[in-house]
Design a protein around this ligand. Structure first.
Ligand code: ADP
Ligand code: MG
Length: 316
């Protein structure tokens, strides 16, 4: 008896979500979601606006009661307000789309709020470390009220990490941060989480938040999990147009999905197109072209003259 219990606990995944079903009112928002997350694993939840990403994070945090199913972190069941007086757990931190900070106190006080005053030296070091992760060291003494939206978002991130949670739930965590800062901040945050072996569930519609960072990806659509796999697998074998559209421009040729970069100009082929427009994209041009009955997109190193006729072949 005792041994059997031990065995089950030992095999428990870190986060285990089973048959999660939820609706705010009558219409279901999430239907029968089942997935697992290991310690230190990074899971990205992607889906169109309104697909239920934020709702899923709120449920994982225990903000609402499930209609059906269950959520476990190790052997703690995550329960909603019906069963829990106080929402939230020490091992889990959640950065919402509306980061609620203390506006009239400084950045460092906001971050240090949850750190113990019994160890002032450690508190100081820890705050400094976190300020560096979110690149706000120069703003330590600035009042939060005086910060931009992106800077506030970074304070919220640092605050979530302050007490070393076992898992963080991040809702579009870089949405307010400008492109100049975004790339380096992403790398810092995800590196930090991996280094500390913190599990991360991230809701986003930005592929740059996912590629190179997430171990696993869930695509939410029609209230269900449309796909769950590694970003690599989903990229190489997108089962649906929705999945392909997340990764970039694509075409449907003979009912298969072909990314724009998988079409190349060739001397002659069965695929003859008339160029209609060239879009500058940095290291390539995205070319829009017409067949008799279809619009196609492909990539090319230079712009092409409108109305010119070219032949395309499919490459890997
Ligand atoms: P996402 O984060 O993917 O954009 P949400 O989880 O915010 O999606 O919303 C999913 C669905 O639930 C939407 O149809 C939205 O209108 C609805 N919804 C979200 N929050 C509430 C709420 N507090 N009350 C009622 N309906 C809600
Ligand atoms: Mg949302």
């Amino acid at each position: 008896m005792y041994r059997a219990t031990f065995f089950v606990v030992f095999l428990h995944h870190m986060l285990s979500v089973k048959n999660l079903t939820f609706s705010y009112h009558k219409t279901p928002v999430l239907k029968d979601l089942t997935f697992k997350v290991e310690q230190g694993e990074h899971l990205a939840i992607i889906g169109e606006s309104g697909s239920g990403k934020s709702t899923l994070l709120k449920l994982l945090y225990g903000e609402y009661d499930l209609n059906f199913g269950n959520i476990y972190w190790k052997d703690t069941e995550i329960l909603g307000p019906k069963y829990n007086l106080v929402i939230g757990y020490d091992f889990m931190k959640y950065v919402t789309q509306e980061f609620d900070l203390m506006p009239y106190t400084s950045v460092e006080e906001n971050i240090g709020k949850f750190l113990s005053n019994f160890f002032p030296e450690e508190k100081k070091e820890r705050t400094a470390e976190l300020l560096e992760v979110v690149e706000l060291s120069a703003f330590a003494k600035t009042k939060v009220k005086a910060l931009s939206g992106g800077q506030k978002q970074r304070v919220a991130l640092a605050r979530a990490l302050a007490r070393q949670p076992e898992i963080v739930l991040l809702d579009e965590p870089f949405s307010h941060i400008d492109n100049f800062k975004k790339q380096s901040l992403r790398r810092r945050i995800f590196k930090y989480l991996k280094r500390k072996n913190i599990s991360c569930i991230l809701a986003t519609h930005d592929k740059d938040d996912v590629l190179g960072f997430a171990d696993t990806m869930i695509v939410l659509h029609d209230n269900k999990i449309e796909a769950i796999d590694t970003p690599e697998h989903l990229y190489h074998q997108p089962k649906t147009a929705l999945i392909a559209s997340f990764f970039g421009e694509f075409n449907r040729i003979n009912n298969t999905i072909v990314y724009a970069h998988q079409l190349q100009i060739t001397k002659t082929s069965g695929l003859k197109v008339t160029v209609s427009k060239s879009y500058f994209k940095g290291h390539y041009y995205l070319i829009e072209a017409e067949t008799d009955n279809n619009t196609l997109f492909f990539e090319h190193t230079t712009a092409l003259k409108s109305q010119s006729i070219v032949f395309l072949k499919q490459v890997k």
